[in-house]
Write a protein that binds this ligand. Sequence first.
Ligand code: CUA
Length: 345
Amino acid sequence: MRPMRLHPALLCLLAAWSLLLLIGGCSGSHAALDPASPQNTSIKNLFWLFFWVAVAVQVLVTLALLPAWLRRHRTIDPPPIDPEEHNTKATFIISILVLITTITLAVLLLGDFFTGRATHAAWYDPEPLKIKITGRQWWWEVQYQNDPEPYKSVTTANEIHLPLGKTIEFDLESADVIHSFWVPNLHGKKDMIPGHPTTLRVRPDREGTFFGQCAEFCGEQHAKMRLMVIVEAEDKFNAWLEAANRPAPEPVFENQKRGKEVFLTSSCVMCHTINGTTAGSRVGPNLTHVAGRQMIAAASVYNNRGNLAGWVLDPHKFKPGVRMPQNALDPTQLRDLLDYLEMLK
Ligand code: CUA
C-alpha cells in the first residue's frame, strides 16, 4: 500500500492559513498575543519561546535531511567501513543529539514553570475586586460583589467594566452546561463546570475594549456567546459602578410610562429584572441599565433602536435557538417599549 501523502498545494494552503491565524492573533481587541495584563504578557512570552524553539528544530532537521534528499536518485556503492569505528561515531552523534534534545526540553519546561509562577503573582493581592461571572446558555451574568455592603452589589450582563491596574478576581460558575471563560487579551481560558466554582485572577494594565468568547461548545448559540470587557481608569470605573448601582430611572414622558407598562404586563417580566420595578426574574439578563450597554444579545449585535426592535420581536432571527421567545407586540406597543428601554441608562 502506498503511504498517504499530502499534496504540496494543500500543505502550502495549511501553512498560509496558520500564518494568517498567527498574524491575526498578534494584535487587536480579540488577540491572545496582544496582552493587556502582565498575566497574558507572560503567556505570550511562553508562546513565542515555544514557537521559536519549534522553528529552530524544524529548520535544523530539514537542513540535516537535505543532503540525503539531494542524493536520493544516486545509486552508489557504500564505501568500505570499519564496523568498530562506525559504532563509536554513531554512539557519539546519538549522545550529542540526546543531550541537545534534553536541554531543549528542559528550557521549555523551565519557561512553563516560570510562566506559571508569573501568572500566579496576582494571588498575593489581599484585596482584589471580586466579580462573579455565571455562564448561561448563551450569555454571561456579571455580578460585582460587595462583601461588607451586599446591597451595593451590581448585576449586569455580557459587558464587564474593569478598573485599570487593580487585581480582579473572577469567580466563575455555570448555571447549566460546561462553558469556558476566555478574554484572549487578558488571560488564558478557564472552564466553567456546573457545580464546580472556580476563580481566575488578572490585573489589566492597558485601557481599551476587548472581546471575550465562550471557548467550550455549549449548544446551538455557543458561537454567539460573546462578551465585552472595558478596561478604564479607576475614577471612570468608579463612576460607572456608582451609576450601575442606582435603580432604573423613572419614566418622564407619557410614551415612556406606557412602555414601562408594556414591559411589566407582558412576558418580559417572566425572565428579566429591572431594579426599582416589580420585574425581578433572573432567567435572562438584568435590564436595569440596558441602554448603557454597547451591545445586546451577548455582544453579538450593537445596541441601537433597530437591533433592539428586531431582538424584542424575534430574537431567533439573530440567534436561532435562543431561550427568549418571540413577542407579538403591535407597532405602538413596540415603539413605547423601545422608548422606555432606551431611557434605561
Ligand atoms: Cu457557552 Cu460555549
